[in-house]
Design a protein around this ligand. Sequence first.
Ligand code: PPE
Length: 307
Amino acid sequence: MVGIRPLKKIWVDGRLVDWDDARVHVLTHGLHYGYAVFEGIRCHETPKGPAIFRLPEHTDRFLNSAKVYRMKLPFDREEINQACIDVVRANGVPTTYLRPIAFSGYGEMGLDPTKSPVQVAVVNFEWGAYLGDAGAEKGIRATVSSWMRIDSRSLPPQAKCAANYANSALAKMEAISAGYDEAILLNSTGVVAEGPGENIFRVIKDVVSTPPASSGILRGITRDSVIRFLKDEHLTFQRTDFTREELFTSDELFYTGTAAGVMPIREVDGRPIGTGNYPITKRLRQRYEGAIHGRLPEYESWLTYVR
Ligand code: PPE
């Protein structure tokens, strides 16, 4: 069962190859030890043609993740940006999710990744609503995970490394098998960190807060966009920690992420959140949708047109 619809081309190590030819050996080092860094980016149709949302910021985060892991990429910033544009052009499907990935390839086994060549690929594919189509309207149901979010003393959360996602997958599977849509992970000090693949925001009265980067989260680019929207909406914003019980007593809660978008949470562990209306979340979601689809000129500088 493959849910991904094959497109035409994938960028691998500097050239566009046919979709079915983008293969790796089973002894690929990164496959065994999780030694890979990646990005998730979206491209949307806009009135001026397909546009990639906040491409330079994603590329910078990609390069920073590689730097944390001492991974020397054989391509520079411009080449990665261009690779993203090239795959979208080559495949001719504007509304796609882009996944740049750098990994230690086929060379040596054993824990020292520096003995294997670094490979880089950029693939784009169609990826619909991450947390279901109904989620955006009704809100989704979340549960606080029994798994602790990874910690920068062991696995730096700000570097988007494949290995981090074993922690995310444990939390995600636990949530799904308990009948919830998504997980919320606490960090090593017991306060809220983030979702398995999303940042989290809390609204109480007219104050919106999100955990600071030091709380063991990925510095989300959607999170950053929402922080700008809060300023533009003249809402009070705080980067501050909150506890599990403060989740329950929030007026509104929402996730942010490239895959998830701005996604309201209607329940946490059997407690309904607020009144079930999400006026602030809805406003922010609308701004986000407007920005990514090129309908709001004030955010046009965030778009990289591919034509
Ligand atoms: N936290 C985590 C752990 C995370 O993986 C993401 C993105 C975010 C926060 C939000 O970051 P940003 O996309 O820059 O706003 N998760 C990506 C991967 C999801 C997946 O399942 O794969 C994504 O949303 O693309």
